[in-house]
Design a protein around this ligand. Structure first.
Ligand code: CA
Length: 223
């Protein structure tokens, strides 16, 4: 699922909370980034903040609806009946009024997915012998469980969800750590080396995790 929210505190808390509840979450801080991710990744569901820096969320909803039926939950600080009716008429599937908790949002998400007749499709991700159970937060390699910390799981899941695509360390810090500033690439390097160890490979003899010098890292099917 995709969360479009410009407030970094709210975004970070919701991404963590929803990941802990088994959702594969990507996030965007502006309407145009949100639109690009929605069209590129085709998420199962979009949670959309209304007050965004570049475009109003309602405008983004109209743009999404012009091309897609993907479920949209509006997150709004505006609690007015006329506004709510307008958004539901414009194609929103549900709305939540701020402030709300990740638990509350999770319940709304599951209800909307049930109602729109789609369970979350990305419950398992397979790349070669690597299988990731997103809801159960379990990874196995050739059938053997891989012991991962929550952060390592999120990092591996992020890469395994985009096989073959080079991901920059900046993107990983933003999307996995949720801290684009104040942390160095070293953090990513250290976690990648732990992941390599657990996947039984090295930077010199990579199987899944390939460093692209000066750019980032990509996960590929080694077979
Ligand atoms: Ca906002």
């Amino acid at each position: 699922m995709l969360l479009v929210e410009d407030d970094v505190t709210i975004r970070t808390a919701l991404v963590r909370g929803l990941r802990d509840r088994g959702h594969a979450v990507s996030s965007a801080a502006s309407a145009l980034d949100g639109l690009r991710l929605a069209l590129d990744n085709r998420p199962d569901l979009v949670v959309l903040d209304l007050g965004l820096p570049d475009l109003d969320g309602a405008e983004l909803l109209r743009m999404l609806r012009a091309v897609s039926r993907m479920p949209v939950i509006i997150a709004t600080a505006r609690d007015g009946e006329a506004e709510t009716v307008r958004l539901l008429d414009a194609g929103a599937d549900d709305y939540v009024v701020k402030p709300f908790t990740a638990t509350h949002l999770d319940a709304r998400i599951r209800a909307v997915l049930r109602r729109t007749g789609q369970e979350e499709s990305t419950t398992t991700i397979t790349v070669g012998g690597l299988l990731m159970d997103v809801r159960g937060r379990v990874a196995t390699l050739d059938g053997t469980p891989v012991e991962l910390t929550p952060r390592e799981f999120d990092l591996l899941l992020y890469l395994a969800s985009r096989p073959g695509r080079v991901v920059t360390k900046r993107e990983l810090l933003t999307e996995v750590w949720q801290v684009p500033y104040g942390m160095t690439d070293k953090t990513v390097d250290v976690h990648l080396s732990w992941l390599r160890k657990k996947l039984g490979e090295t930077a010199q003899e990579p199987r899944f995790l390939h460093t692209v010098r000066g750019v980032g890292v990509k996960l590929v099917d080694p077979s």
